[in-house]
Ligand binder design. Sequence first.
Ligand SMILES: [Zn+2]
Length: 301
Amino acid sequence: MINMSKIKRVVIVGGTHGNEITGIYLVKKFERSPHLIQRSSFEALTLLGNPQAYAIGKRYVDTDLNRCFLPEDLENPNLTSYETQRAKIIYQTFSSQGSQPADFVIDLHSSTANMGLTIILASQHQFNLQLAAYLASINPKVKILYSRSRNQERPHLDSICEFGCTVEVGAIAQGILDAGLFQETEEIVHAILDYLAAYNQGNPPPRKDKLSVYQSIQTIDYPRNESGEIEAMIHPQLQFRDYQPLHPGEPIFLTFDGKEIVYEGDSVVYPVFINEAAYYEKGIAMCITEIINQNLVQDEG
Ligand SMILES: [Zn+2]
């Protein structure tokens, strides 16, 4: 087992994006029935990440809250938009220096891409990897994703804690609920809480000792003209094919005139977030990942 202290407080966040309502309705359910998330060895709290965005049915009011958690931005007094201030409040509450420091954060999201049941790791700490291996071993549909950034800093809400993850389920349209994905999200939350409780008792449940992590290596934007307008769509053969192997030379885009544009990489990759609605404005048509096989530290006797 990893030598670290016990998990004393967990925060479960829904609605970091105001139009991803699976997590919002799950948080509301937990607030109505707090016993569902109670475990004897830690406190579990809930948070509606971006209530203003939820009120207007949008991803955000001024800027994407889930890109507001870089240390330099949290410290920058000149950033005064709704979400940058909201990020500061969340950080000042739940970070290790906060008023109610959390040891683990679960941030609930949904995607218009066919992300299935994706766990995005907040860090590649062994603790997160071992939890991920447990989740993947109890549900083969679970995929583990890690996005590496150049400077090692992530702007995401789950970076307020060293331990935690983002749950990304899909495909689901913005602003709607899918009962199946709601239930599967809830099951993942319970599995995480049960794992943390067992860990606290020094008895983490059995899991595989190897884990395949999809590591994001680059993003691909849509082909655009000089004024930035999109000139092609996701190719129908690629749509909803998240996590499926993409070989060099296979089509990824189709122009409005029906011309195919192929993937020009030199190895097999695994695209994710294909045609995510929220990423058109970010210049991302898909994220390209490769599979990294992680060996996990063995539990001691
Ligand atoms: Zn989201």
